[in-house]
Design a protein around this ligand. Sequence first.
Ligand SMILES: *Cc1c(COP(=O)(O)O)cnc(C)c1O
Length: 241
Amino acid sequence: MSLEYTKERASELIANANSINTKVETLSNGNTRLVCVSKLKPSSDIQALYDAGYRHFGENYVQELIEKSKILPKDIQWHFIGGLQTNKAKDLAKNIDNLYAVETLDTEKKAKKLNDVRVTAEKPIINVYIQVNTSGEEQKSGVAPEDVETFAKFIIDNCPKLKLEGLMTIGSLAQSKDQEHENQDFKKLVDLKTSLDKLFTIDLKLSMGMSSDYQEAIRQGSTSVRVGSDIFGARPANNGH
Ligand SMILES: *Cc1c(COP(=O)(O)O)cnc(C)c1O
């Protein structure tokens, strides 16, 4: 894998990212972070955005993230946003010291694994987001809204190397397409945050919004948007994962 990029590609990526970053900053008064979702895109693309000042990148596949993290700068703040298999949690926690966050945490078992590796290896904490299945779609991963409180308590009480930073959701396509009304999936996440904040006296962040719906997500209170195709262009077909 090469980190060299062409001037043309760099200007394209930077123009896209800057334009989105400006919208994010304006809509949120500087309160929302842009995470550039670079899955299935070359490391040279990430390097180009890094050289322009971007630090937060999101990846979906454990092996791909490990490979990229090895060759890219060590002060990149990696967000793991893909479906996490229990047996891959160890690899993730062990191999990437600069893993800023795992945003797709959905079981106690995975939390325990991530935590135990960081304890044993004496590595930095990992910020975690509980992924919530706000839409109730069967094929969606994530914790059911009514089970989030118990899971949050488990992380707070048992995982000293995990910092519960927030809640994450992927809204349903139907909600995302309906531009006329407030997104009900995002609303559910906001309501959950409000009740958990009171219960645990914390201030959880909200990771919601992608290329198609990040502006609406910010209007509803998102503090972290995950944007891929609007920055990097369409992704290749997902073969081999
Ligand atoms: C791929 C992905 C994104 C980015 O999606 P785009 O539509 O390309 O912006 C955001 N969040 C998650 C969880 C993803 O898997």
